[in-house]
Design a protein around this ligand. Structure first.
Ligand SMILES: Nc1ncnc2c1ncn2[C@@H]1O[C@H](COP(=O)(O)OP(=O)(O)OP(=O)(O)O)[C@@H](O)[C@H]1O
Length: 347
């Protein structure tokens, strides 16, 4: 079991600092998903923890050892860290068993039992052991890469977008197998991903990287419900933003007076709510009336774009409704809006 701590870490390439004074804690035995725009420094963060990149300043602590900073430097191979890349990076000339055994310490490389145990751990049948990587599906290759990373029983596993090249169904199955294997071993994990729903469903903690730092880190529900600003809110899902005025922990906006959660700035604010906080009812039966402009149908749910005749904001009002009976464009509907909402200082 391994806790990871980054304190004041600044790192980059050449003169450019990609990460500037970054603090992050990943508690032992938990999973943190690192989410952020392209080029924001997610992989750089993993490289610093793995030891592939030396931070210019700050400290990295893995378990009870300072592995970088404060005069210390522990090379990657001595950090007890497993690393799984986007494309798996299996050795093409070795069998599945050979690839997994490569992760075992020298004296144990011939231990077939341990290889089969690792295959089972990642949910693969033992008869794949003698195949070559090119005889496996993409999802199977990623599971073998995970088995190889888990072979030396690392306390920490770093996963750099390991599911991104897989199609939707395979992605979900591989992600579930990975989550199960990590739980079974008790390893701490850091997962880099572009996928918001993956981050929210897979991890105990989500960390949003942007502007050289961690914009916000916390449990998925806190980040989704209480993002620190409108940008983080929009990054982590669909957000409806309307102008409002706050007083006494409530906000007054075109949806009426609604309770707000978290810190509420005074005066003019930007009010944020999620589209699923708006439900549709019969015209005249809600808190206010609207007309359906467009409907984006996704099967399990639908996003309904609405026009509020008396509202200040003329676009961007969206309700997420269950998919079996979405309304039609032109329909008149009533809206019921439930709080709490978030209120940000106006941009
Ligand atoms: N080896 C390198 N040499 C120079 N610059 C680099 C190197 N690797 C990354 N960078 C730059 O550092 C910045 C952060 O890169 P990084 O790969 O950490 O981002 P990322 O958030 O993982 O991006 P993506 O989501 O696109 O994979 C980018 O501007 C990138 O161009």
């Amino acid at each position: 079991m391994t806790e990871v701590r980054l304190r004041g870490v600044t790192a980059g390439y050449g003169r450019e600092a990609v990460l500037d004074d970054v603090d992050l804690v990943v508690r032992e035995g938990t999973t943190t998903a690192v989410l952020g725009g392209s080029g924001s420094g997610k992989t750089t963060l993993l490289r610093v923890v793995a030891g592939f990149l030396r931070p210019r300043s700050g400290e990295v602590v893995v378990g009870d050892r300072t592995v970088a900073g404060d005069g210390a430097w522990v090379p990657p191979e001595r950090r007890g860290v497993g690393y799984v890349r986007q494309e798996g990076g299996l050795f093409p000339h070795l069998s599945v068993a050979g690839n997994i055994a490569f992760g075992l310490p020298w004296p144990r490389r011939r231990h077939r039992d341990r290889v089969l145990e690792l295959l089972d751990l990642v949910g693969l049948p033992s008869d794949l052991a003698d195949r070559r990587p090119d005889q496996l599906s993409g999802g199977q290759q990623q599971r073998v890469a995970l088995a190889r990373a888990l072979a030396p029983r690392p306390g920490l596993v770093l996963l750099d977008e390991p599911f991104s090249s897989l199609d939707t169904a395979l992605r979900a199955a591989t992600r579930d197998a990975t989550a199960r294997a990590l739980r079974a071993t008790g390893a701490t994990a850091v997962l880099v991903t572009h996928d918001q729903s993956e981050a929210l469903s897979f991890a105990d903690q989500v960390a949003i990287v942007g502007g050289g730092g961690i914009r916000q880190a916390g449990p998925p529900r806190v980040l989704y419900g209480e993002p620190v600003d409108a940008e983080v809110a929009e990054f982590l899902g669909d957000a409806v933003l309307v102008p409002g005025v706050s007083s006494d922990g409530r906000v007054l906006c075109e949806f009426g007076a609604l309770p707000a959660r978290g810190y509420v700035p005074r005066g003019d604010v930007e009010v944020m709510l999620r589209p699923e906080q708006i439900t549709l009812t019969a015209a005249g039966a809600g808190q206010l009336d609207a007309v359906v402009l467009r409907v984006a149908y996704f099967g399990h749910d639908a996003v309904v774009e609405l026009d509020l005749p008396d509202a200040a904001s003329k676009h961007g009002i969206r309700a997420r409704v269950v998919g079996h009976q979405p309304p039609e464009p032109g329909d008149k509907v009533g809206l019921v809006v439930v709080g709490p909402v978030r209120a940000f200082p106006q941009r």
